[in-house]
Design a protein around this ligand. Structure first.
Ligand code: ADE
Ligand code: ZN
Length: 326
């Protein structure tokens, strides 16, 4: 398919990627062996076979369990390096990646080991492959706001190496309003903020993210389609959505890729981007997401060019680097 080939070759940015979600089964077993811990699966095939999810929570249970093999700076370096090799192969020129400190500090892993390992791999990929980057610290929304505030305190000595703030984990029952104060504090520190909203949650959660958290982008946001007023606002204000098509199908937001609303939203004038979310768990990196959309939705050449451009325009790059990539 020539459109799919074009999509793969275009320079792109990825704006919605959880580094913990890039842990491939092969690396999980290698890290388990490194630390002398056993995984509750016989082998790589058995672990991969467990990646059969019914909703967001069924995925998160496995994702947090998998993170248990990530313990040292070297582990986070290896994880991030492996992702960046895939990013380079997919012609990504810029990445903005989430990390979830609470998943690790709760287990006794030092904040510095996590951030240091991730950044060492990012700096190396910038030198070797010219991939620029931003690092987004995400709060886990199933935990309390007090927990998020404590995490922000713990992050204070590292804030010069953190480019923004995100909000992820179990959406239903944990609306953005729960984090209004901690996000206000982050904004006062000069940090741009984003939030997952409208993945499983209702359009009202997207509105809360915009009005109460003052986010620069919405992560997912696909349920915006249920509110015409919200759709109009997304178009008028050109608020980017970081959509993750394979993730949405794997987590049963849509029964099938042919049902995905991405093309409809793009046609409506929403600033949609394509991202991989947790590629080790959802069956593919950025190019695989583009290919699946081209094949199932019939995206045109003009549409894939628009989607690739959107990814650069919706990034937090300065205008010089942005213009160089466009
Ligand atoms: N953490 C990792 N991936 C996520 C997703 N798709 N939604 C919410 N939290 C997440
Ligand atoms: Zn996500």
């Amino acid at each position: 398919n020539p459109v799919a080939n074009l999509a793969c070759l275009l320079p792109k940015a990825e704006l919605h990627l959880h580094i913990e979600g890039t842990l491939e089964p092969e690396l999980a077993f290698r890290l388990a062996a490194r630390h002398g811990v056993s995984l509750p699966y016989a082998d790589v095939e058995a672990l991969r076979a467990a990646y059969d999810f019914s909703d967001l929570q069924s995925f998160l249970d496995l994702y947090y369990a998998g993170a248990n093999v990530l313990r040292t700076e070297a582990d986070f370096y290896d994880l991030t390096h492996a992702y960046l090799a895939r990013a380079h192969a997919d012609n990504l020129r810029h990445v903005e990646i989430f990390f979830d400190p609470q998943t690790h500090t709760e287990r006794g892993v030092a904040f510095e080991e996590v951030l240091g390992g991730i950044r060492r791999a990012l700096l190396e990929a910038e030198r070797e492959w010219g991939i620029s980057f931003k690092v987004i610290m995400s709060f886990l929304r199933h935990l309390s706001e007090a927990d998020a505030l404590a995490t922000l305190e713990e992050a204070r000595p590292h804030l010069h190496r953190i480019d923004g703030i995100g909000l992820d984990s179990s959406e239903m029952g944990h609306p953005p309003s729960k984090f209004a104060r901690v996000f206000a504090e982050c904004r006062e520190l000069g940090l741009p903020v984003v939030a997952h909203a409208g993945e499983e949650g209702p359009p009202e959660y997207i509105e809360e993210a915009l009005d109460l958290l003052r986010v620069k982008r919405i992560d997912h946001g696909v349920r915006a389609l249920e509110s015409e007023a919200l759709m109009q606002r997304l178009v008028d204000e050109q608020i980017p959505l970081t959509v993750c098509p394979l993730s949405n199908v794997k987590l049963k937001v849509y029964d099938d890729m042919s049902m995905h609303s991405l093309r409809k939203m793009l046609a409506r004038g929403v600033k949609v981007t394509i991202n991989s979310d947790d590629p080790a768990y959802f069956g593919g990196y950025v190019n695989a997401n583009f290919v699946a959309c081209v094949e199932s939705l019939g995206l045109t050449e003009a549409e894939v060019i628009k989607l690739a451009r959107n990814s650069i325009e919706a990034s937090w790059l300065d205008s010089a680097r942005r213009d160089a990539l466009l």
